[in-house]
Design a protein around this ligand. Structure first.
Ligand SMILES: Cc1ncc(C[n+]2csc(CCOP(=O)(O)OP(=O)(O)O)c2C)c(N)n1
Ligand code: SF4
Ligand SMILES: [Mg+2]
Length: 312
């Protein structure tokens, strides 16, 4: 069974199917928030009816990047900050795949920040989970793009002079059509938000607060949390861009003042995905590239032949 012909197979899925039958078991530190993402993902995928054969998980580099080894699905552990371009290519070649990209705050908001902006702008149909522990975890606790101003670490011994990235606002401004924040300490909400994000047709960004008890945050620092959808103090329309922007700004400021606001911040179900737009202008091949790969009679066109002919 391949990633192409397994798509659309109707069957009951048990979340344990996503647990690899062999080592490695997760090597994350005890109490690490990354366990929360893995758990939520294993719950959400069967909930939306996706099997391991229909799922591709693409990760970056960092403690977060190890997620790939612990989920039994198709996987691609890329290089630092480059999960999104790989995820985009895979989705375009095989649109039936459920594509999930994941990585850390350093990976996605730092070195991969440009890809984040443009994948959101183009509204590629995928889920992007950023493990936000406000630190470079794997490399032992350096200041990251989401570390608060004044954060002290080996790279910023006198305290960071930089304002942190506002990831929710950045996603919205860039063009993401689903933007949410959840936390590993809030597993029920994490599962619900991941489920919605996977079902969403377009670029769904989740800023997932994952405490790093070894180098940065104690889990208690993300507790108590407030779900903005359940609280009377926050009343805004997630479909309204201006109201969403205001709510995001509040949540982003609050995080650095010790108040954790989570929930859905922006949802646009009307905007077509990149693939939808490409279909509309007639640029999406009727037969997905992935299907041609399994067709023995298909003759591959090599773009460079034409290029070389032109320059002979
Ligand atoms: C191009 C490149 N630069 C730097 C590194 C070193 N490096 C590996 S992981 C990492 C940071 C990880 O931080 P983050 O993305 O937040 O992930 P976390 O470990 O916190 O989950 C860095 C700088 C690398 N692997 N590749
Ligand atoms: S160093 Fe931090 S982020 Fe990495 S596994 Fe340990 S607790 Fe998790
Ligand atoms: Mg990090």
């Amino acid at each position: 069974m391949s990633a192409f012909n397994a798509i659309g197979e109707e069957r009951e899925i048990d979340r344990e199917e996503f647990t690899p039958g062999i080592e490695p078991q997760p090597t994350w530190c005890p109490g690490c928030g990354d366990f929360g993402v893995l758990k939520a993902l294993k719950q959400a995928l069967p909930e939306v009816g996706r099997t391991p054969e229909e799922t591709l998980l693409v990760t970056g580099i960092g403690c977060s990047g190890k997620l790939n080894s612990y989920l039994d699905s198709y996987g691609f552990h890329t290089i630092h900050g480059r999960s999104l371009p790989v995820a985009r290519a895979a989705k375009l070649a095989n649109p039936g795949l459920e594509v999930i990209a994941a990585g850390g705050d350093g990976d996605g908001y730092g070195i991969g920040g440009n890809h984040f902006m443009h994948t959101a702008r183009e509204n590629h149909d995928m889920t992007y989970v950023v493990f936000n522990n406000e630190i470079f975890g794997l490399t032992k606790g350096q200041t990251s793009p989401t570390s608060p101003k004044g954060h002290k670490s080996k790279t910023q011994p006198h305290g960071s002079a930089k304002e942190p990235i506002r990831p929710l606002s950045l996603a919205l401004t860039s063009g993401a059509s689903y933007v949410a924040r959840t936390a590993a300490v809030n597993p029920n909400q994490a599962k619900e938000i991941l489920t919605e994000a996977i079902q969403h047709d377009g670029f769904a960004h989740i800023d997932f607060l994952t405490q790093c008890p070894t180098w940065n945050k104690d889990a208690r620092q993300y507790v108590p949390y407030t779900d903005v959808q359940d609280s009377d103090d926050y009343d805004f329309d997630v479909h309204d861009r201006v109201e969403a922007q205001e709510a995001m700004r509040t949540a982003e400021e609050a995080l650095y003042e010790g108040e954790v606001l989570t929930g859905r911040f922006y949802v646009d179900e009307t905007r077509p995905s990149y693939q939808g737009e490409k279909q509309r202008i007639g640029e999406m091949p009727e037969t997905p590239l992935a299907e041609r790969y399994f067709d023995d009679d298909y003759e591959w066109e090599r773009a460079y032949d034409e290029f070389i002919d032109k320059h002979r």
